[in-house]
Design a protein around this ligand. Structure first.
Ligand SMILES: [Zn+2]
Length: 283
């Protein structure tokens, strides 16, 4: 009887299977493991005998989006949270009929499993904002190996799944840095990689006036779409820039939507129910 490589752990002793299957096993949820198992089983049956390594080792790289694709949309994104100003961000957005995307870390400014952090994540999720991955510890993924990349990605995916019930479908690499290994790891995890085409400059420490001018200039330039990076950890970005940015973009007729909506894709790989807190919820 044919034995799937995921059932046959002896496969893991063979270097040819390790990168694709064995090393990523601890980091992939059950449903994904099932899909992966089916895909690999089909691939194994499809190739001529004896197996040729190049047919199995091919990995599909994740797509990288630097722009929205749905005309007349502007996606405001907020990195590095969950952080202290998130309720005010959500309120400002809501007052303007806007939806945004939050690229969350697991263990950066705060631990995502802290009661307050988990409540913040759940709040914006329930408000209809788009919850996405900024990986666990805000490391430069391009400096990490295959296993380390999966670990950084899996731990935040697990946390978001536990807190919201939904499995993220979008990832923004910290510092916007990635390489082919990162894209291959993202691809196998079903994560689309999201960059940006507009930077408010908040993380580089530009003044609020400079950030406002950037938004004013881009609104006047009026590109078809906008994919803007902001950081929710900057008070000035929230209180001095965000209301102005929304005002300018709305004045030009943009729809302020999530990354998923501006790309015409689902927000999550699947949607479930939140889990109950356990002792495993820690950083
Ligand atoms: Zn970041």
């Amino acid at each position: 009887m044919f034995k799937s490589p995921l059932q046959d752990t002896s496969m893991c002793r063979k270097p040819f299977f390790q990168p694709l299957v064995c090393l990523s096993l601890p980091h992939l949820p059950k449903a994904m493991l099932f899909k992966l198992s089916v895909a690999i089983s089909i691939a194994l049956f499809a190739v001529a005998s004896p197996l040729r390594e190049q047919n199995v080792e091919k990995r599909v790289k994740a797509s990288v989006y630097t722009k929205c694709t749905v005309p007349n949309t502007a996606a405001l994104t907020f990195d590095d949270g969950p952080y202290d100003y998130i309720y005010d961000i959500s309120n400002i957005l809501k007052q303007n009929g806007a939806t945004a995307t939050f690229f969350f870390n697991g263990n950066n400014y705060h631990c995502i499993y802290d009661q307050e952090s988990a409540s913040r994540v759940k709040f914006v999720y329930d408000q209809g904002h788009h919850v996405a991955s900024h990986t666990w510890g805000h490391k430069d993924l391009s400096t990490l190996n295959w296993d380390q990349i999966h670990s950084e990605m899996w731990m935040i995916e697990q946390a978001l799944m536990r807190i919201t019930g939904s499995y993220p479908a979008f990832m923004r690499p910290p510092y916007g840095k990635y390489n082919d290994t990162v894209l291959e790891a993202s691809g196998i995890r079903g994560q689309e990689v999201v960059m940006w085409d507009f930077d408010s400059g908040d993380s580089a420490g530009v003044s609020s006036q400079d950030s406002r001018n950037r938004y004013l200039n881009i609104a006047n330039a009026h590109p078809d779409t906008l994919l803007a990076v902001n950081h929710e950890t900057r008070a000035s970005a929230v209180y001095e820039v965000l209301p102005y940015a929304i005002q300018q973009l709305k004045a030009k007729g943009y729809q302020l939507v999530s990354v998923a909506e501006c790309l015409g894709k689902p927000k999550y790989q699947w949607i479930g129910v939140p889990q109950q807190r356990t002792v495993e919820w820690h950083c």
